[in-house]
Write a protein that binds this ligand. Structure first.
Ligand code: FAD
Length: 549
């Protein structure tokens, strides 16, 4: 029965957006990883299409550039995803509804995004079934092993690891074999059998409604010329639906279905609905597939249990919204987890570091859930827990959320959950801000983000930190690079004073400790009297270094 006697470091269950991202991030960090996915490939239903700035940054950091997927229709209108309420595509168009209506006035004139990041998410639209093969290829290129058509049947865990029973679905015999791993990531979706086996309950707004969907191909590009690509169908005869395109000739029409209705509409009924939404009956329509899904807003009560970690929809199921929180939140989950697993598996950090995954990511799930109901699309569905929530602007939601945990020092309870990077200014617990710099001796501009996301980095405002960093690193066994402002790099599009201000290094010779995921772990505004001791104490605590007493 045993195919692999050797204990593997990480087993990932689920090979959709989140599982594949986990495999890619772990493999990039050199962690041997096996991913199992029960299906042979991606779901026929593309689902996600919009990605946050943070997701694009995370992909960029591991060498996956999705900027080539700029959507010609969205690019033509400055990259905004626009939506209109219409009678039908060819019928009367009523009003346009903006991306995030509540801060649209600011966002419409906002040209500052490039300054927040070296990336842009504007205009990038990649259907999930087109993105997943890219993630698969990159994960394999980096050394991950993907086992498609392999199903997790059951698992057990003990103090040393997880034993998974896997079925190779390609074999008629249905052979089940076991695989032993130190840790398991459950990226097995909303209905996660792993979450259920662990007995982890979920809380939140819960069931919202059931939707039917039909994915079809038709020549409808002429209706995209104005840049609107999502249509709320509000037909005079009472038919309501949501019609959107994947920008490649494929369209999806979604419509409400009664809860627990299992009756599938026949092809003639589907075509009639599509024709009503389009307002024409003269076009050839090819139906690709149909689906039915429940819209839920639920967060798992724990994101981990022992050696098993929930990620993506298994951990939080969020209704599709115009901030694109669903898949993007999951991608950030596994980015948060990957460096922690690597640190623990390499023996540098104590396993307690892994407890910070739940501490950091579960509040983000809740923050995003509450934001969805604070915004107009879902306001009508808000329950008493959410009605008072103020809308947070998109840029703050995407790259300005705050982590509080034992892997951060100085993120107090009094701080807001999310703000723009220019408001945070290097606050511990937030993503270290982007600025253009030149790393000596090159004059080529790079982003400060390019200094981070590999290992620990001390961004130092005084050369005295250089020896402190190397001594702390030696004492704790934690790899720590020191990047000294003015000596190792200089700002290329701002002044040194701006750079220090953006990082909150406004005192005398302070320093900022950045984690391997690009988040600020700790900051000393001024140079302390004993930089080595101060840094060793801080790094020891936030990295959970084994050697740190
Ligand atoms: C209509 C629609 C539009 C959306 N648009 C967006 C968007 O624009 N932006 C966004 O961020 N999100 C969007 N989402 C949400 C997004 O699609 C999901 O959040 C995302 O797919 C979740 O990814 P996941 O990997 O966590 O789970 P899933 O995509 O559900 O994948 C789980 C995987 O695990 C596999 N699996 C399950 N059990 C086992 C097992 N026992 N053994 C092996 N494999 C197993 C499944 O086969 C599946 O491939 C949208 C969702 C919908 C429905």
């Amino acid at each position: 029965m045993d195919r692999a006697d050797k204990q593997q470091p990480v087993l990932i269950v689920g090979g959709s957006l989140v599982g594949l991202s986990a495999a890619m991030f772990l493999a990039w960090r050199g962690v041997p990883t096996i991913l199992v996915e029960q299906h042979p490939g991606s779901s026929l239903h593309p689902r996600a299409i919009g990605y946050t700035l943070r997701t694009i940054e995370l992909f960029r950091a591991v060498g996956l550039d999705v900027s080539a997927f700029s959507d010609k229709f969205m690019s033509a209108t400055g990259g905004k995803l626009r939506r209109a309420r219409v009678e039908s595509l060819s019928g009367k168009w009523f009003e346009e509804t903006l991306w995030t209506p509540e801060d649209s006035a600011k966002k419409e004139n906002d040209t500052t995004e490039v300054e927040y990041s070296p990336c842009t998410s504007h205009g990038i639209a990649v259907a999930q079934d087109r993105l997943e093969p890219l993630l698969r290829d990159r994960a394999v290129q980096l050394g991950a092993e993907l086992r498609l058509e392999t199903e997790l049947v059951s698992f057990e865990q003990d103090d040393e690891g997880v034993t998974a029973s896997l079925r190779d679905r390609r074999r008629k015999s249905g052979e089940i074999y076991s695989l032993r791993a130190s840790y398991m990531i459950a990226a097995d979706g909303n209905r996660s059998s792993i979450r259920e086996a662990l007995g982890i309950e979920r809380s939140g707004r819960g069931y919202i409604r059931t939707l039917g969907s039909v994915l079809f191909r038709a020549s409808l590009d002429e209706y995209l010329a104005s840049g609107v690509r999502q249509f709320d169908i509000d037909h005079p005869d009472g038919f309501k639906g949501f019609l959107t395109t994947y920008g490649d000739g494929r369209w999806v029409l979604m419509y409400s279905v009664a809860k627990d209705n299992t009756e599938k509409p026949d092809e003639a009924t589907l075509k009639a609905m599509i024709e009503k939404a389009v307002g024409r009956s003269d076009l050839p329509i090819e139906i690709i597939t149909t689906g039915q899904w429940e819209m839920n807003a639920l967060i798992a009560d724990r994101f981990s249990s022992g050696r098993v970690f929930l990620a993506g929809d298994a951990a939080h199921t969020l209704p599709p919204n115009r901030g694109g929180y669903g898949a993007n939140t999951g991608i950030e989950d596994v980015h948060n987890l990957a460096w922690k697993l690597q640190a623990v598996l390499s023996g540098v950090s104590r396993p307690q570091l892994l407890d910070t995954y739940d501490a950091e990511r579960r509040p983000i799930g809740w923050l995003r859930l509450r934001q969805i109901f604070a915004r107009s699309d879902y306001k009508a569905h808000a329950d008493s827990n959410n009605v008072e929530t103020a809308v947070i602007e998109d840029i703050a939601m995407e790259i300005g959320q705050l982590y509080r945990s034992d892997a951060v020092l100085g993120a107090g309870e009094d701080l807001p959950s999310a703000m723009r990077p220019d408001q945070w200014k290097g606050q511990p617990g937030t993503r270290a801000p982007h600025l253009w710099i030149s790393k000596k001796p090159s004059s080529e501009p790079i982003s400060t983000l390019d200094l981070f996301q590999k290992g620990w980095v001390l961004l130092a405002g005084d050369e005295k930190w250089v020896s402190a960093a190397s001594e702390s690193s030696r004492q704790l066994g934690v790899d720590l690079a020191c990047e000294c402002i003015g000596t190792d790099f200089i700002p290329s599009s701002s002044t040194e004073k701006d750079l220090r201000e953006n990082y909150g290094l406004t005192g005398q010779g302070g320093a900022l400790l950045v984690r391997p995921d690009g988040y600020v772990a700790w900051r000393a505004v001024d140079l302390p009297s004993d930089p080595t001791d101060t840094l060793t104490a801080a790094l020891g605590r936030v990295s959970h270094a084994k050697i740190h007493s």
